[in-house]
Design a binder for this molecule. Sequence first.
Ligand SMILES: [Zn+2]
Length: 83
Amino acid sequence: MKPWVASHRETRDHLSEYVEGELDDRTRTRIMRHLARCDRCRAMLESFLRTLEQLRSLGDMEQVTPAPATANAVLRRIQQDEP
Ligand SMILES: [Zn+2]
């Protein structure tokens, strides 16, 4: 059985699915619990959301929707910036 709260690693691995609402309820709840107690993962989520927001507003101007692959690339870049 999995623990009631997601690990640091698991949260980061699932961040883009979490944002896109692609997780099952159970995983989503576990990640929410981790985010509630982990400042660093919350900061990562916020910068991820901000970057996606910027991509989407660019997308609107050009009539292009960023692909999920773009979201993953953004996420990887944010993760690499982490000390
Ligand atoms: Zn964390």
